[in-house]
Design a protein around this ligand. Structure first.
Ligand code: ATP
Ligand code: MG
Length: 315
C-alpha cells in the first residue's frame, strides 16, 4: 500500500469572491518530488499555506504525514520544513543567530544545534558571511539562508515555494543537487512550487498543473505528454545523398509538420505515431537508407504550453 505524505480531498478556500483553491484533490507519496505548477494566481501558495495549517480550508479534508494541519499544526511543523514565498528572516541578527533560534524552536537537540547550523551554512555557501547581519545580505544570500532554515531540522517533508527564484545559475544548481540528495539519498518528500519548467522536469517524479484553483493536469511528464497529445519531434538519419527523396516523402505525409534538415539528419514533428510504419515503408521502398528514427523527449515546457493553449488563455 502506498503511504501518502500528503492527501487532499475536495479542498476549497475562498478569499471574498476569489476561489483561490477550488475543490482540489491530490496525493503525494512518501519520497516523491512533486512539482506544483501554474500561472500567477493559480492557487499554489494558498495550497501550501493550507497544507501547513497557516490557512484554514472552507471545506474538504487535508492530511499531511497523517495529521490534520488545521488542528495538529505544531506536531506537524516539527516534521515539515517550509520555504515560503517571501521568507521572513530577522535582518538585525546574523545568519548563525537566525538559524540557531530556529533550531531551538524546531526542537533540534541542544547538543546538535551548533554542528547542524554550521553544516547548513556550509552547504548553502554562507559560512564566510555567517557572522554578518542578514540585513546586509543580497537577495540570493537571503534565499539561501531561508533554504538552510527549511532543511535545518531534517524534516520528512519539505515545502519549497519557488526555491530558486532570485538565485544565480550556480546557486540554482546547488539547490537542485540538495533537493536530489534529500529525496534520493535520504528518502524525504519534496513539494515544489515552481515556474521554472526545466527545474520541474529535472527534479520531479510527478507534476500537477493548477489553473484558477483547479487541477488542469497531473501525472509524470510522460503521462501528461500522452494525455495532451503534444507534438513529438523525430530525428531521421538517412544516407545524405538521398536527402531530397526523403524530404519529398516526408512532405507528402499530412500529419507531419515542421520538416527541417541539418547536415546530418532530417527533423519533423507529429502527434500521430501511427504514421511511423507507413513512413518507414515508403522510405525503404524508395531505397532511402535509414540509419535511425529517434523520437526526442517532449519537454515539460512543451506540455505546459500545449495545455495552456488547449485550455484557452487565462483571463
Ligand atoms: N490573503 C489573501 N487575501 C486575498 N486574496 C488572496 C490571498 N491570498 C491569495 N489570494 C488570492 O488567491 C489567488 C491565488 O493566489 P496564490 O498566491 O495562491 O497564487 P500562486 O499560484 O501562488 O501565484 P504566484 O505564481 O503568483 O505565486 C489569487 O487570486 C490571490 O490574489
Ligand atoms: Mg505563489
Amino acid at each position: 500500500m502506498t503511504s501518502y505524505a500528503i492527501n487532499m480531498q475536495g479542498v476549497t478556500r475562498r478569499f471574498g469572491d476569489t476561489c483561490a483553491v477550488d475543490d482540489l484533490s491530490l496525493s503525494v507519496a512518501v519520497g516523491e518530488v512533486f512539482g506544483f505548477l501554474g500561472h500567477n494566481g493559480a492557487g499554489k501558495t494558498t495550497s501550501v499555506r493550507l497544507l501547513n495549517g497557516v490557512l484554514m480550508a472552507d471545506s474538504g479534508d487535508i492530511r499531511v504525514l497523517g495529521l490534520d494541519p488545521q488542528t495538529e499544526g505544531p506536531q506537524l511543523r516539527s516534521r515539515t520544513g517550509v520555504l515560503t514565498e517571501t521568507p521572513s528572516l530577522d535582518e538585525r541578527l546574523t545568519a548563525t543567530d537566525n538559524l540557531t533560534i530556529y533550531a531551538d524552536l524546531y526542537g533540534v537537540p541542544v547538543q546538535q544545534v551548533k554542528q547542524r547550523v554550521s553544516t547548513m551554512l556550509e552547504t548553502f555557501g554562507l559560512s564566510d558571511r555567517a557572522h554578518e547581519k542578514v540585513g546586509g545580505y543580497s537577495k540570493g544570500m537571503k534565499q539561501r539562508l531561508a533554504l538552510a532554515r527549511a532543511f535545518l531540522h531534517e524534516p520528512e517533508l519539505i515545502f519549497l515555494d519557488e526555491p530558486t527564484s532570485g538565485l544565480d545559475p550556480v546557486a540554482t544548481q546547488e539547490v537542485h543537487e540538495m533537493i536530489r540528495h534529500v529525496s534520493q539519498d535520504e528518502g524525504r518528500t519534496v513539494f515544489l512550487c515552481t515556474h521554472n519548467l526545466v527545474e520541474a522536469q529535472r527534479l520531479c517524479n510527478r507534476v500537477a498543473v493548477m489553473e484558477h484553483g483547479r487541477l488542469a493536469a497531473m501525472g509524470t511528464p510522460k503521462e501528461l505528454a500522452r494525455e495532451i497529445g503534444t507534438n513529438v519531434t523525430y530525428r531521421l538519419e538517412i544516407g545524405l545523398e538521398q536527402r531530397q527523396a526523403a524530404l519529398d516523402i516526408l512532405k507528402r505525409i499530412p500529419s507531419l509538420m515542421d520538416v527541417q534538415s541539418d547536415d546530418e539528419a532530417l527533423m519533423f514533428t507529429s502527434t500521430d505515431r501511427e504514421m511511423i510504419p507507413d513512413l518507414l515503408t515508403q522510405l525503404v521502398s524508395t531505397d532511402v537508407r535509414v540509419y535511425a528514427l529517434t523520437p526526442q523527449a517532449t519537454s515539460l515546457e512543451d506540455i505546459y504550453l500545449a495545455l495552456h493553449a488547449r485550455k484557452g488563455h487565462r483571463q
